[in-house]
Every structure is written in structure tokens, then in C-alpha cells.
Design a protein around this ligand. Sequence first.
Ligand SMILES: NC(=O)c1ccc[n+]([C@@H]2O[C@H](COP(=O)([O-])OP(=O)(O)OC[C@H]3O[C@@H](n4cnc5c(N)ncnc54)[C@H](O)[C@@H]3O)[C@@H](O)[C@H]2O)c1
Length: 401
Amino acid sequence: MASLFEQRMAVVEQIALEKKASGRAVDDPVREAEMMERRCSALKQKRLKKYYAAFLRSAIEVSKEYQTDIIDGAKMPGCNITIQRGALTSAAKLLETSGSRVMIVTDSGVPAQYPSKVEASLKTAGCKVHMVTIPQGEASKSLESYATIMQALVDGGFTRTDTVVAVGGGVVGDLAGFVAATFMRGIRFCNIPTTMLSQVDSSVGGKTAIDFGGVKNIVGAFHMPARVLIDPDTLATLPERQLHNGLVEAIKMGATGDAELFELIENSGDLLSDAGEIIRRSVNYKQAVVKADPREKGLRRVLNFGHTVGHAIEALGGGKYLHGEAVALGMMYFCGAEASQRIGRVLAKYNLPVSHDIAPESIRSLIAHDKKASGGNITVVKVDEIGSYRFEKVNIQDLAL
Ligand SMILES: NC(=O)c1ccc[n+]([C@@H]2O[C@H](COP(=O)([O-])OP(=O)(O)OC[C@H]3O[C@@H](n4cnc5c(N)ncnc54)[C@H](O)[C@@H]3O)[C@@H](O)[C@H]2O)c1
């Protein structure tokens, strides 16, 4: 059976490559229906027809998933990710936006050359391009910035068939994604992340949000990007502190589920040249987790390794720690001896903090305040050995900090 299956999938691979070369879509409902009808009519036992049809249907779906995987490396339908150095100049082709209206959303800290390259590529492909530049920083994940972009969409005559493209870090991605999720009940969103954090983490998974009433990410929606375009070359202009801050999320993913990714970061002599592989492995890992648990009902919580305490340290630090730096500190409390040593060493290598002076009591009471609905208990992610994790329920007051 296994060998027959492999033979069949080799043919499917051939079909995928032919479709890629000729630009034909993976989905072809008319041909699929014809083929089902032809095959079913060859059955002698007519009462088996509906079972045979169901069997063929599931085989077709498996084949199409494999074809999609081969054609663009995407593991998750509806969220195609391209990782390619120098890709910004081919943005129009890779985002498949030709001819439509496009709203580029960027911020004042993103080097202007990046949105300009995207804009030039889109214009050459015949798109009508508009651009909104919001002030850099977390404060822009606000109702005010949301309203600014919405107004620009209305003024520009945008419709359901048009596209919003984010060019920037997690702030721009979360904000522009939320705009796209809600404008006319949802329009196409593409993300071009330009920070380490957004390339390894926030551009994957479809979470969009703005902050409100002093609470981070309290207003938001799940809205999968149609395309994500990652150009690791954009990291060359990122300040080192931001580069290492984003790397924490990749360290987290390596520690919980991809020991080879962790080793790559551990042994890297040049982060920028290893960035492509670090991003690829991180994206694959996050995609697999998100695919298994798109709405964060269970498994996706593994991505919170270090985050419960990290969020508290970030808030109590009053701006002293960036998000990744606070998560780095948070991870240290939830690992076994071997993992603790290796994680500690890798954090120190990238000048990330491994100790802080915030009172444990303040951290516990902030967590208790945030999690008041769950009766004093929280589920934390623990790493005993690099590349594996387990969930553990603990009482907040018993957290060993
Ligand atoms: N949606 C998710 O799943 C998810 C996950 C994690 C974090 N986030 C969100 O991501 C945000 C943080 O993202 P971030 O760390 O990318 O911060 P950011 O977007 O604020 O970017 C950091 C700084 O780098 C600048 N910048 C961006 N690209 C640059 C480049 N190539 N060269 C030089 N400077 C550049 C920006 O202007 C900004 O000043 C937070 O709001 C957080 O809530 C979202």
C-alpha cells in the first residue's frame, strides 16, 4: 500500500510541476467533477457509487494539498509564504496583485527604500497604489491610526477586490491586518514583514490587533494574509537590539520543537547570513502549530513559552525591556537544568538579558490580575530538553520566580 501511495504521489508531483510551469491553478472544479463522474460510471456495483465518490474526493483533496505544498512551499492553504532575498522588487508578481488598488501601510521608522521598492513594483504591474505612513512605535496600534487608514481606503475608493499591504514590523502588520479584516467585512491582506520578530513570528498565524484602553491587542480579529513576502535582506538595516529581540521568538520555537533550529542559532557566526534558514525553520514550525490549532484552543499555547512571566516583566519594566527581551527572561523560569544552561548561553551570546530586578511578588500579582478568571491556576509551557515541551498547571502563588 505504502509503495502504491508513493507511486501515486510521484505522479501528483509531476502534475504540480506542470501546473506551476503553465500557471494553471491547483483547483480545477470542472475537471474534478468530470473525472469523478467518469470513474464512478465504471463501477459495476452501483450501490457503491456514493462510497467510491467519497473515497475519490478525499484522494483529490490530499493530492491538491501536496500540489500546493510543492508549488509554493506553503503548508497552510490561504497563507502562502515566500522567503526570498531581494524579493521586494518582484512584489507585484509574488503578491499577485496586478491590476488592483493597493494600500501600502508602513511606518516612519521603516527605511523608505522598502515601501518604495514595493510601490514601484506594484505600479509597474498596473496597480493603483496609495500609501499611508504612520508614526513608528507601539502607540500607533491605536484607534486613531486605524481611523487614518480606513479614511484613506474610503477616500481612495477601495472595494472588496482590493488589497492592503503591510511593509514593516509587527506594529504595522497587526494594524494593517486589522484594517483589512474589518474594511467592508474583510478585504485581501498581504504582509511584507521587515523586522526579525515579524519575519519569524508575527506575520504567520493570522492574528491582527490594535491596543485599546491601555490593554495590548484587546481589539482584534483572525485574518489570514493571502500572501506573506519575507526578504531577509531587509534585516541588514535593523538595529542590533531589534534583531536580537526578534531572535528570541526563534529561540523559543527551537527550544520547544526544533532542536536543529536551536543549534543553528546557538552556533551561528553571522546571523544575517543564517537569517534565511532561521526564518524558514521558524515559519515552518509556527505554521504547523497554527494549522493544528488556528484559534488558540490548545496546542497553539506552546508558542507562549516564556510569555506569561515575560508579559508581566515587560509591563512592570515600564519600557526598559523590549517584548523579546522580556520573553527571554520569562523563558528562564520554565526549563530543566540542561535546557536552562543552553538557553542561558544562547541569550548571553546575543546580549539578551538573563536576570532582572523586578520583585517576584509584583510579577505574581500582575499575572493573577490578568488571569483572574482561571481561579489562581495557570498552564505554563516547560522545556526539560531542547526540542521538546510539556504543559503544566501551576498555582500562580507557587510560581518559583
Ligand atoms: N500578530 C502576532 O501574532 C504577533 C506576534 C508577536 C508580536 N506581535 C506584535 O508585534 C509588535 C512588535 O513588532 P516588532 O518587534 O516588529 O516592532 P515594530 O513593528 O515596532 O518595529 C520595530 C522598529 O523597527 C523599525 N523597522 C522596521 N523594519 C525595519 C528595518 N528593516 N530596518 C530598520 N528599522 C526597521 C520600525 O519602524 C520600528 O521602529 C507588537 O505590537 C506585538 O504585539 C504580533
